[in-house]
Design a binder for this molecule. Sequence first.
Ligand SMILES: Nc1ncnc2c1ncn2[C@@H]1O[C@H](COP(=O)(O)OP(=O)(O)OP(=O)(O)O)[C@@H](O)[C@H]1O
Ligand SMILES: [Mg+2]
Length: 322
Amino acid sequence: MIGYFFRLLSFIKHLYSTQTGQNKSKNVKLSVYEQRIVTHRVDPQTMQITWRDIAGLEEVINELKEKMIFPVQKRHLNQQNNTKSHCLHTGVLLYGPPGCGKTLIAKATAKEAGFAFINLKPSTLTDKWYGESQKLTAAVFSLASKLGPTIIFIDEIDSFLRSRSSRDHEVTAMMKAQFMSLWDGLETDHQCQVIIMGATNRPEDIDPAILRRMPTKIHIKLPNIEQRKQILRLILENETVDPLINLSHIARETEGFSGSDLKEICREAALLCVREIMDSDTLSDDCIRPISQDDLQKATTKMKESKSLGGLTLDETLSYYS
Ligand SMILES: Nc1ncnc2c1ncn2[C@@H]1O[C@H](COP(=O)(O)OP(=O)(O)OP(=O)(O)O)[C@@H](O)[C@H]1O
Ligand SMILES: [Mg+2]
């Protein structure tokens, strides 16, 4: 009975320490370098993005829960049973075409898990003084472990940790090597609650040694027809729309479009309704009509035209706009 009580107490203590990981930073002493890095920390409580803001990617969300959130929250199971069955994946790569929700997913993961989130930009680690970059790199890892469960997020990771070459600047080469060895330290530390999450649309440019440290690679593809319909429904959720609107039709028409393109279509359709008010002398602001099928159709056609401009020369583009 007493043993059961103590186990329950340690479980509650563990839960408390996991959930309040972000508050640990208030009581820990930080070095000068850690203080520079901590300015890039985003408090998950101030983040607005949740799983609900992501449409059509339930499988990805489940995989992230299983490999990132669950192992941290269920760490007591490993400690109690002395097993590593819920091993944390310290490296996760999200890759795929632009505008398909990689950054969105990273933010939602930090928010939903309640982990501290360090948005690491390569420029944060570069310093003109010799040796400073290495100290800053070390500070990223030491700060992360002080903050409790932490996601170190590196957007466009290919630009930071691209394949090493003999033409690399000495400082860059040293920084990459140091980054990798500190990362290995996470792998061997069973108490570790730090995850490095990278996002890229050019996975082929990432250094193979870095790819190896990211065993969880999640491909975020262009949305299929069903996913496009779900994204459109989510984006239009808080807009006033005509009840006769047919989102399946728009989803069918938008083959090859990203989530970000679909958002742009909805924005353009909403703008068409506002423009009518702006152009009219008689209609007042509260007369904005609901978004219709026709608005969405026009916005889709416009988006298709602007996407097809991608392959034009400068002269062709200028003549199109003139
Ligand atoms: N699955 C989705 N559900 C809801 N909105 C989405 C989805 N995918 C993309 N979007 C919309 O597109 C916008 C851009 O997404 P995000 O910035 O996450 O793309 P990305 O994959 O990181 O692109 P890039 O590779 O260019 O950085 C989001 O802010 C969101 O409005
Ligand atoms: Mg992004």
